[in-house]
Design a protein around this ligand. Structure first.
Ligand code: GLN
Length: 204
């Protein structure tokens, strides 16, 4: 693979922050790569890896469904393209989603990550907070986890590896080419998780 082509799904949410973190991670690793805003279905075909950022999962899902990119993204991930889903991105990747208050949601999902997610899992008093977390299975310790109306993972299927827990709740997982976090790695200056994701793309 000569130059990596990494996309950030650019419908809504933390797009610019993820582009900046990915560029910084490429630089730190000395890897050649392009980081692009993915807005159309056709752009998806060109990608070696995709980040689905945090934001509002219902909105990101609906708009991607309407413009046809959701289906294309699903096919690419099924064919092995590495994907990093952050917060709303984690929700979109999942097979089953409930909201802490309203119960089962009717939102469009990619239906690939074998987990049940609870939206807004950390309650009102903790709508947003920062906490030290550890991701031992991928050799990242002392990472600053930024949680913003964050989901958590309540149940996992057989092929899902737990990467991190916070307060007994699962907050990061990996299932083959899918990496997903409930917190926002793009909102800290530490780009280790983005670097790990780039290595996944490089080795894929
Ligand atoms: N609570 C949001 C949702 O359910 C996710 C929050 C986030 O991405 N920061 O879509």
């Amino acid at each position: 693979m000569s130059e990596l082509n990494i996309g950030v799904l650019s419908v809504q949410g933390d797009v610019a922050e993820n582009i900046a973190s990915t560029k910084a991670a490429l630089h730190e690793l000395g890897i050649n790569g392009n980081v692009t805003n993915v807005k159309t279905r056709d752009q998806v075909s060109e990608l070696d890896g995709l980040i689905i950022p945090g934001g509002e999962s219902t909105m990101i899902g609906q708009l991607s469904l309407v413009n046809g990119s959701l289906k294309k993204i699903k096919k690419k991930i099924e064919a092995g393209m590495p994907v990093l889903g952050i917060c709303a991105g984690l929700i979109l990747l999942s097979k089953k989603v409930k909201d802490r208050v309203v119960g089962e949601t009717q939102q469009p999902l990619l239906d690939l990550l074998d987990v049940q997610v609870e939206r807004n899992s950390f309650g009102r008093q903790h709508d947003s907070f920062e906490a030290e977390i550890s991701m031992e299975p991928i050799q990242i310790s002392n990472f600053s986890g930024v949680f913003i109306r964050a989901p958590s993972i309540e149940e996992i299927g057989k092929g899902v590896e737990v990467i991190s827990k916070f307060n007994e709740k699962i907050v990061a997982v990996k299932q083959g080419n899918i990496l997903a976090t409930a917190f926002h790695p793009e909102l800290t200056s530490d780009v280790s998780l983005h670097k790990y994701f780039l290595q996944m793309i490089k080795n894929s």
